[in-house]
Design a protein around this ligand. Structure first.
Ligand SMILES: NC(=O)C1=CN([C@@H]2O[C@H](COP(=O)(O)OP(=O)(O)OC[C@H]3O[C@@H](n4cnc5c(N)ncnc54)[C@H](OP(=O)(O)O)[C@@H]3O)[C@@H](O)[C@H]2O)C=CC1
Ligand SMILES: O=C1CO[C@H](CO)[C@@H](O)[C@@H]1O
Length: 275
């Protein structure tokens, strides 16, 4: 279990990735994203999750530069969007992303969604970028076990990570087992279900015991489950609050109680029907 904000998981290719980071979906490019990323870095975050889709890679790169923190101390993830599937399109999309970020390399490049039938070609492009050292690790997002199996059957490199919808109401137990078996780290998107778990009585009751908010209990549950988290916030007090989860530990019983509130229901899109 990671004991600090900068605690890392070692991906199967040996690269170390922080367990905790900031997600920046829906934060507009410009001052909002620059301020959120700078605030997060000031509070000790060292991982930022963006995507071509979010149209804020420029601001993310700017904030990283402005922070003065050495580049190698910050872990940057971006993703190739659905309309850029295919080998050539993905290489072009990567060029655009890295130019917007203004970085020499990206730490983690992900296929954002599997799409219908081109993700193996897309993956070839990621393999090339990885071999050329332009990305330190390559992974996927929103892949179900059948997508992962197809990819592994048809590729040389195995994804290091799978970033998926995951929170106490959609715990993805089966997918987590599959990923564990194949040494693929699981990363939660919408780890707070965009606020939809925060009124839960179990999370609130456990929080009272430690003087922690339901959001903090939720994020701590993720980390103690070995799940990488990237909560998003533009609110400085929440950016700070979300990272303040390293001074308490949920008991096995509390972990069990949270495991029980799973509704096993997706709140957002299903990868088999969203292209
Ligand atoms: N690969 C993929 O397909 C996807 C990836 N992602 C990634 O995951 C990241 C996180 O997921 P996201 O969907 O943003 O949702 P989150 O579960 O991180 O929730 C973000 C929402 O919760 C609010 N919030 C944050 N912290 C607190 C808190 N302590 N108390 C109360 N409310 C809080 C935020 O408000 P406010 O900002 O106003 O403070 C915001 O409205 C994204 O930003 C993105 O990087 C997300 C979706 C899909
Ligand atoms: O990254 C993402 C942010 O959230 C969107 C849904 O609201 C997703 O479609 C997308 O994959």
């Amino acid at each position: 279990m990671t004991k600090s904000l900068q605690g890392t998981v070692t991906l199967h290719n040996g690269v170390k990735m922080p367990y905790f980071g900031l997600g920046v979906y829906k934060i507009e490019d410009g001052n909002d994203v620059i301020n959120s990323v700078k605030t997060a870095l000031k509070f000790g975050y060292r991982s930022i999750d963006t995507a071509a889709l979010y149209e804020n890679e420029e601001g993310v790169g700017q904030a990283i530069k402005d922070s003065g923190i050495p580049r190698e101390e910050i872990f940057v993830t971006t993703k190739v969007w659905n309309t850029d599937h295919g080998y050539e399109n993905t290489l072009k999309a990567f060029d655009k992303s890295i130019a917007k970020l203004g970085l020499e390399y990206v730490d983690l490049y992900l296929i954002h969604w599997p799409g219908k039938d081109k993700f193996v070609d897309t993956w070839r492009a990621l393999e090339k970028l990885y071999r050329e050292g332009l990305v330190r690790a390559i992974g996927v997002s929103n892949f179900k076990p059948h997508h992962l199996q197809t990819l592994m059957d048809k590729s040389e490199e195995k994804p290091v990570i799978n970033q998926v919808e995951l929170h106490p109401y959609f715990q993805q137990k089966e997918l987590r087992e599959f990923c564990k078996k194949h040494d693929i780290v699981v990363e939660a998107w919408s780890p707070l279900a965009r606020g939809q778990v925060l009124n839960d009585s179990v999370l609130n009751e456990i929080g009272k015991k430690y003087g922690k908010s339901p959001a903090q209990v939720t994020l701590r549950w993720h980390l103690q489950s070995d799940i990488v988290v990237i909560p998003k916030s533009v609110t400085p007090s929440r950016i700070k609050e979300n990272a303040d989860i390293f001074d308490f530990e949920l008991t096995d019983e509390e972990m069990g109680q949270i495991n029980q509130i799973d509704k096993n229901t997706r709140f957002f899109k299903d990868p088999d029907v969203f292209f």
